[in-house]
Structure formats: structure tokens, C-alpha cells
Write a protein that binds this ligand. Structure first.
Ligand SMILES: [Zn+2]
Length: 577
């Protein structure tokens, strides 16, 4: 049944082409007929290839449209010569002061962890605006703290953006410009806009609380001497800091002589140990934004107080100022993005890895069955409001459902299975449609005899003489309910096939056609400030054996249960209802 490489490549190209022409959604049926058109030799064996073709089509349909286009371009450049029509849909509001062709935005993550839904929001907004104005998007790794940053995180962020379909025009690191940033730091001290402070942390803490300046800022010539000592290695870590000359009594605490450079001894993932004097985010961000030509710098509202510092630094250095745009941070109730709340759970083994489906990381969303296009639409629907309220998770689910519903096969899974014996039931080959409306998703044949499994919760609600409909099969009437050693079992007799409104209609699995499956259902990770010990429900049950043919990544809808993504090892992850 395995498909040859050349055929599978052709199917991929046909599916990509079909998807690009139809707003990202390829139809398996037309891919199959196109395949037979160009490979008539496959007519005889097409039936055996159909499941794999469907799997290829589904995997392509789950990709963002932009990725479909670039993959098609890579696999069959001749096909993309004619450009498809621009997709329509939700859009962001116009950007203040934006000029067509001249907008430059940047997404500046610190490579100190795995990308999460908050990063997705920022990256998508930055990219959408760059595209809306035919401008440029810069991905800039804000890597100026060697103690926190790792190569692994640069890669994880790139992978996350790739999956989201975010394509930066320029990729760079703040550390690439370290000497330039240091030069601006020196210049600011020379201009008496900053000074080298050798006070202890405690002293500064006290002075700041009192609104009083320290001795270090008095004498500008002493500042220059200290500046040389700072850069020639005469100070140890924590002995000297370059501080902005703000106002220790400013109502905005961010202006009370904040640190601009500090000595950090450590191995930087890109530069090793050759740099000791590192800028803080507060200094590096405005310098980089200005020099990179960023026209619209976007960041979350929690930096609000630091906007004054951002502009004051550019003012004193006489550098061009970008427009600052703020938006609210994206986080869901009970699913904190803060590493402070997640890392301890990983360190103590409560959570195995960063792609655990309970986490807000992009790899977790992916593993759970969310598609990038849904995240994008959801983020755009939130816009750039400053609303502090957390959006309901159901809103993201709704976008995802709309995309995966037409693509997902409807299959049967019963949890906590209870045996149902239908006396005198005939042996049947039952043909079940894989999708109620999309015939292109095909059908499957299930061998049914007189033994079935139904869900424990359905069984628990039944009484003698109840009539139920086994979906797509026939009706049965319950004649006996037994419970032996805590194990429930049902006996029934056939009761016709006329569908009655009042009848419970339940899914079933034929006893000779089962596939053991456990489903992981992620719940809120935190309840208030506490880790939720019930955050991962494990449901055991049986699915149709048809499921055994799916590879990890396949998204299905289990009837009356919900959407799930196959995870491998007889495990699926619950996506949503
Ligand atoms: Zn001082």
C-alpha cells in the first residue's frame, strides 16, 4: 500500500496547487482525478493509494497558505508563475503615520525560552503591518544577557515562527551590533547623559526609594575615568554600572537613573566570553530600533513606563525616533506564559517537556491540533487594543474549529468502554462516511457482528426497555443490564432502523474492529496561584481500527467527543469540542 516517492511528490504538488487556488484548502477528489490524468498507469491501483493521498492532502491543508505557496514554489517553480488572488478576511486597523512601501517593523524576542502564544501575537501583528504596507519585518534576537540565552532558544523561536508562517525579511541579533551599541553608550557618558555608578545595589535601592541621587553622578570628568576602567576590565561584575542620568525624584520610577550597561561574566551563545560590558534591554532596544530603520516599534503595554526612557535616550543621542505602538499582552486564564510559573514544573518533572499540551508554547498548541492559520486569525481579531482582560480560550477554539472541521474525518471513539451484546444481530460490512458532507474524504468499511462497545457514560444512563440508535447502524432495545465485579455489560435486541427523534443516538465500536486509544485532555495549568493537580485528564477507551493507520499529526473528530490530534503510541491529544 506504500506509495512510491515520485507519485507522492506529484500528489504533493497537485495538492499544493489545488490548495493555493482554493484559499488554502485542497480537495482530495480533484487531486485524485488530476493524478489519474497525468499518471493513467495508476488507475489499476488507485484504491490502495487513496488513504495516503488523503493523508497528504490533509497535511497540506493544515499548513498556512503562505507556506503552501512557498513549498509549491520550491517543488514546482513553474506552477507559481501565475500569482493567486490575495486572500481576504479579518484585518488590522490602519497604522498611525504609515506610508506605503516604507513601513519597517521588528519582532525582538529574547532567546531565553520557548516561544509562546504571547510571542505569536507580537510576531503576527508585526508581520501583518509590514505586509499591509508592503514594508519589511525584522526578526531581531535581543540577546544581550549571556546568562539567560542559549542557541537552542534561537532555534526554537525560528521554528515557532516557521510553523506560524511568519516570514521575516531580515534576521539579525542585537549582539551583532554590540560594539556599535557600546560606542553609543560611551557617547552618552561623554555627553553627560549617563554616568558610571559604583554604588552597591542596596545603596541604590535606598536612594531610589528616597528619591536622592548618588555621589557618582556629580563629577562628569570622574565619569569618563571610570568609563575607561569599565571597558578596560578594571571592575568586576556588580562593581560598576552605567546609569542613565535621569531624575531620582521622577514620578516615573523608570526614569530614576536606570541601568544601561552592566558587567556580565558568562558565555554568550554567539560571542562567547569576549564581551563583558552588556547593554540592558532599555538601552539596546531604542538604539537598535533607530539604527535598523524601524518606523513602528510595537511592544506590550507592560513597558509603558519605559517609553519615556526609550525616547529620552534617542533624544540625548540625537537619533531618529520610531513611532511606538502598544498592545495588550496575550495570555489565557489559567495558562500563564511566565517562565517563573512554568519552569519549576518542568524542573521538578511535573511536566515532561515544553510541548506538553497544557502549556501556552507554540509547540504545545501545534501538538494539540491547533493550526497556525487559526492563531493568526484569532490574533488579528484581537487587534491592537490595550484591553487588560484575557480573551476567552473558546474564541481561539472557534477559529480553529472552523478551519479543521471541514478537513477532519468523523470517527468513533468510546471512552470507558462497556460491552453491548445485540442478540441475533446479523454480521454486516457497514460502510461509514468519513465526513457528513465532504464526499472527498471518502468512506470506510467496518465489520460488525453482535458485539459492540459503547461509552461508559452512555451506558450508565440506560434502563431496561430503552431504545437507542447506534449511529449509522440500527436501533436496539436494551433487555438486560448486568454488573459483575464492577464491570457493566448490556444486552439488547434489534429494534428496527427507523430514526426516531426521541432516541439517544450514540457512537459505537465493533468488538472485532478495535484500536486501544488513550486521549489526553489538557485543562487549565493553574487555578489562581496554584498548580492545578488535575490539569491533565487521561481518558481510556477504544476507537475504530481505522485510526491505527494514522500517523502522528493527523487531526480527527471523534463523534460526540471532540477533535483530537493523533500523537502516536496509541495516544491522541484532545484539541477541543
Ligand atoms: Zn553611585
Amino acid at each position: 500500500m506504500s506509495i512510491e516517492q515520485d507519485v507522492s511528490d506529484l500528489v504533493k504538488i497537485l495538492a499544493l496547487k489545488n490548495a493555493v487556488e482554493h484559499d488554502g484548502k485542497a480537495q482530495a477528489e480533484s487531486v485524485i482525478s488530476k493524478l489519474l490524468g497525468s499518471r493513467p498507469d495508476k488507475r489499476g491501483t488507485i484504491k490502495t493509494l487513496i488513504p495516503e493521498i488523503r493523508a497528504i492532502v490533509q497535511s497540506i491543508n493544515l499548513m498556512p497558505l503562505s507556506d503552501q505557496k512557498s513549498l509549491l514554489d520550491k517543488m514546482a517553480p513553474e506552477e507559481t508563475a501565475k500569482k493567486p488572488v490575495e486572500e481576504t478576511g479579518v484585518r488590522l486597523p490602519p497604522l498611525e503615520g504609515a506610508v506605503m512601501g516604507q513601513v519597517v517593523t521588528r519582532f525582538p524576542p529574547e532567546p531565553n525560552g520557548y516561544p509562546h502564544i504571547g510571542h505569536a501575537k507580537a510576531a503576527i501583528i508585526d508581520e501583518e503591518y509590514a505586509r499591509m504596507y508592503q514594508g519589511k519585518l525584522i526578526l531581531r534576537f535581543d540577546d544581550t544577557n549571556p546568562l539567560k540565552e542559549k542557541l537552542e532558544y534561537y532555534d526554537a523561536i525560528k521554528e515557532g515562527l516557521d510553523w506560524l508562517g511568519v516570514k521575516p525579511d531580515i534576521v539579525k541579533n542585537t549582539s551583532d551590533d554590540i560594539s556599535l551599541i557600546q560606542q553609543y553608550g560611551r557617547k552618552l557618558v561623554e555627553l553627560d547623559g549617563a554616568y558610571v555608578c559604583t554604588c552597591s545595589q542596596e545603596t541604590m535601592h535606598d536612594l531610589r526609594a528616597k528619591g536622592v541621587a548618588c555621589e557618582c553622578r556629580r563629577d562628569p570628568s570622574e565619569a569618563l575615568t571610570r568609563l575607561e576602567k569599565l571597558f578596560n576590565g578594571s571592575y568586576e561584575q556588580n562593581q560598576a554600572i552605567i546609569r542613565f542620568k535621569g531624575d531620582m525624584a521622577d514620578l516615573n520610577t523608570a526614569m530614576r537613573d536606570p541601568a544601561l550597561f552592566r558587567i556580565i561574566e558568562g558565555q554568550h551563545p554567539k560571542l562567547g566570553s569576549k564581551i563583558r560590558v552588556w547593554p540592558t534591554y532599555d538601552f539596546a532596544a531604542p538604539i537598535e530600533d533607530s539604527l535598523d530603520g524601524v518606523t513602528h516599534a510595537m511592544r506590550t503595554k507592560e513597558y509603558e513606563l519605559r517609553n519615556a526612557l526609550y525616547f529620552a535616550i534617542l533624544d540625548r543621542l540625537d537619533l531618529r525616533k520610531p513611532t511606538m505602538i502598544e498592545f495588550s499582552r496575550l495570555e489565557f486564564e489559567g495558562v500563564p506564559v511566565s517562565k517563573r510559573k512554568i519552569r519549576p514544573l518542568i524542573d521538578d518533572g511535573t511536566i515532561k517537556d515544553w510541548d506538553d499540551p497544557r502549556l501556552p508554547t507554540l509547540s504545545a498548541f501545534r501538538r494539540r491540533g491547533f493550526v497556525p492559520e487559526a492563531i493568526r486569525k484569532f490574533v488579528i481579531s484581537l487587534g491592537i487594543t490595550l484591553a487588560e482582560t484575557k480573551p476567552p480560550f473558546e474564541a481561539l477554539e472557534a477559529y480553529n474549529r472552523k478551519i479543521i472541521d471541514p478537513l477532519s474525518m468523523r470517527l468513533f471513539f468510546v471512552k470507558d468502554p462497556v460491552e453491548l451484546y445485540v442478540q441475533e444481530a446479523a454480521d454486516l460490512d457497514v460502510v461509514l462516511k468519513n465526513h457528513p458532507t465532504d464526499t472527498a474524504l471518502g468512506s470506510r468499511t467496518v465489520k460488525a457482528s453482535d458485539r459492540f462497545y459503547v461509552s461508559g457514560d452512555d451506558a450508565a444512563g440506560l434502563k431496561i426497555n430503552d431504545e437507542i440508535r447506534l449511529i449509522e447502524l440500527y436501533n436496539v432495545k436494551i433487555t438486560r443490564i448486568e454488573c459483575q465485579e464492577g464491570k457493566l455489560s448490556l444486552t439488547a435486541t434489534p429494534a428496527g432502523s427507523e430514526i426516531k427523534q426521541s432516541m439517544p443516538k450514540i457512537q459505537w465500536v465493533s468488538k472485532q474492529d478495535i484500536f486501544d486509544l488513550r486521549v489526553l485532555i489538557p485543562k487549565q495549568l493553574y487555578v489562581g496561584e496554584q498548580y492545578n493537580t488535575n490539569s491533565l485528564e487521561v481518558v481510556k477507551g477504544v476507537a475504530e481500527s481505522f485510526v491505527s493507520g494514522f500517523k502522528p499529526g493527523q487531526v480527527v473528530q471523534f463523534v460526540r467527543f471532540g477533535f483530537c490530534r493523533i500523537d502516536g503510541n496509541n495516544t491522541a491529544i484532545f484539541t477541543h469540542r
